[in-house]
Design a protein around this ligand. Sequence first.
Ligand code: ATP
Ligand code: MG
Length: 296
Amino acid sequence: MQIAILVTHIRPEEKLLVEAFRARGIEPDIILDRDANIDLTAGGEQIAPSGRPWADYAVVLERCVSTSRGMYLQAILNAWGIETINSYATAAVCADKLLTTLALARAGIAQPNARVAFDEASTLAALEDLTYPAVLKPVTGSWGRLLARVDDRNAAESIIEHRQTLGSYTHHTFYAQEYIDKPGRDIRAFVVGDETICAIYRTSPHWITNTARGGTASNCPVTPELNDLCLRAARAVGGGVLALDVFEDPSRGLSINEINHTMEFRNSSAPTGVNIAERVVNYAIQTAQARVESAQ
Ligand SMILES: Nc1ncnc2c1ncn2[C@@H]1O[C@H](COP(=O)(O)OP(=O)(O)OP(=O)(O)O)[C@@H](O)[C@H]1O
Ligand SMILES: [Mg+2]
C-alpha cells in the first residue's frame, strides 16, 4: 500500500507524521509541491516526482504550506479519482472564511454573525449592522495576519481605504464578523474522522490568541457539547482531518469561528497528551485500506 505526503517543506508536523507512518511499518513518499510538473490533460497514470505513477497511491496526505499549491494538487488528484486527505471540496470551503460561514449557516451551526460587502459605504453599513467593535478579516489567510478589530467608524474608514489602495483583490472583499468578548482565550479543537481527538485553550492577553502570535496552549477537556459541535461543523464542510477554532461566548455558549484544513499541531500534543500525528496516520491508513479493498 503506497501513501504519499505532499509538502512545501518539512515542518515539525511532517517529521512527526513520517515517524508515525514508520511506526506502522509504512514508508510514505514525500513529494515536494515545487517539483510538480503535471500534464493536466492526461490522467493519474503519469509519473509523480517520486518516480511512481500517481495512481499507485491509495491515499495522498496534503500538507502544503502553500494553500494554492495544496488545493490545486487536491483538485487534480481527486479529478483522477485519487483519494486525498482532505478532499478538494473540503479544502475549498475551509480555505475561504466566507464559504465556511455559508456552509455552517446551511447546517444550522452556531457561529458569530458575519456579513460581506464590497465597497466603502456598504462595508461601513455592514459594520454598523454588526455594531462596534467588529472584526474585519481577509477571506483567505492564516496565523492571524491582517485581522483588524475595528472599534469605531474612524478606524473602519482608514482600514477600508488601506485595503482598497494597498491590498490585492482578495482584500477588496470585506468580510466582517461581530466581535466576541472571549474570556481571554479561544479553543482549538482537532477532529480526525468521526472523533474530536483533543482540544487546547489558546490563552493570550491579546484579542488575537493564535499560538503563532504568542498565545499559550493548555489542555481543554473535550466535553460532549464541544465534541458534538465540532463533529457537526466538520461534517458541514465535508469532514476529514480538521482543526476548528471555537469561541466561548459568556451569554451564547460555544460557536465556531473557522475551520482549518491543513492544520499545524506541534504545540498541541504535549498539553493534551494525545499523539495527534499517530491519530492522523491511523486515519490515513484506514482510509487507504478502505480504498484498496473497494478497488479489489
Ligand atoms: N470575531 C472575533 N471575535 C473575537 N476574537 C476573534 C474574532 N475573530 C478572530 N478572533 C481572534 O483572532 C484569532 C485569529 O482569527 P482567525 O482564526 O479567524 O484568523 P486566522 O488568521 O485564519 O487564524 P488561523 O491561523 O487559525 O487560520 C482567533 O483565534 C481569535 O483569538
Ligand atoms: Mg484561526
